[in-house]
Design a protein around this ligand. Structure first.
Ligand SMILES: [Zn+2]
Length: 67
């Protein structure tokens, strides 16, 4: 039994339905957002431009699913 029933939530930032553990938005330290948006915000604070952010997120997705 590998499958686990997890809480489903909709990200208020991008509208994606996600099942992973949410991230907390850095904007107000309260809003729960999807892990991807959490990563985007983290990359943004590092000064990484949006195009590169997407590439990094794509790479993370490949790591998660590319077994
Ligand atoms: Zn999101």
């Amino acid at each position: 039994m590998k499958e686990q029933v997890r809480h489903q939530a909709i990200c208020p930032k991008c509208g994606t339905v996600y099942h992973d553990r949410p991230a907390i938005s850095r904007e107000d330290n309260a809003t729960l957002i999807c892990p991807d948006c959490g990563t985007r915000e983290a990359l943004m604070t590092l000064g990484i431009d949006p195009e590169e952010q997407e590439q990094i997120i794509q790479a993370i997705h490949r790591c998660r699913t590319g077994v």
